[in-house]
Design a protein around this ligand. Structure first.
Ligand code: HEM
Length: 145
């Protein structure tokens, strides 16, 4: 492939990956630590209606970033020039945490999910997201060193 086109693609797809994961994990942190305490001050019927509405509003953003993360992540993974030792193993570990976030985030936006579960799920996804950031940093470091 033409080296300029290759560079433009690599940077653009990296941008898509980072912008999407920031939107996803940032959204969870906002929902858990800003929105949930604010909702808790409302009376039950009003709170439940608003919680359901916010989850519904989040759904199109969620599906867009899930597709973007998976597509850009696969591109990043398959387009690497070489793989250092243990790279695939750490990528596999990262993928298990990714699967947790993908599955639970879809459950989170289903209308049937109850409020207490939604808050627990958010905490779990934030923890998985922070672990993934650490693994991604390590993958980057092992690729450069
Ligand atoms: C919630 C899901 C995910 C999060 C939070 C996440 C987070 C990150 C972050 C922060 C980076 C560092 C960006 C960089 O150095 O350019 C990264 C890089 C990367 N991600 Fe993801 N990612 C996720 C899902 C995926 C998936 C599903 C795949 C593959 C199918 C993937 C494959 C990669 C690869 C190959 C890199 C480059 C690592 C390297 O520098 O060698 N990611 N990811």
């Amino acid at each position: 492939m033409d080296p300029t086109l290759n560079a433009v693609l690599a940077v653009s797809i990296r941008w898509i990956h980072i912008a999407s994961v920031v939107t996803l994990i940032g959204g969870f942190i906002y929902a858990r630590f800003v929105l949930a305490p604010a909702l808790a001050t409302l009376a039950a019927p009003e709170r439940q209606a608003l919680a359901k509405r916010t989850a519904e509003n989040f759904r199109p953003i969620l599906y867009t970033v899930l597709v973007a993360i998976l597509g850009s992540g696969l591109y990043n993974y398959l387009s690497k020039a070489s793989y250092p030792p243990h790279y695939h193993m750490w990528m596999g570990i990262k993928f298990l945490f990714v699967l947790h976030i993908f599955a639970v985030s879809i459950l989170y936006t289903l209308p049937s999910a109850d409020e207490a579960k939604r808050n627990r799920w958010l905490t779990g996804m934030i923890v998985s997201g922070l672990v993934i950031f650490a693994i991604a940093g390590y993958l980057r470091w092992m690729s450069l060193s």
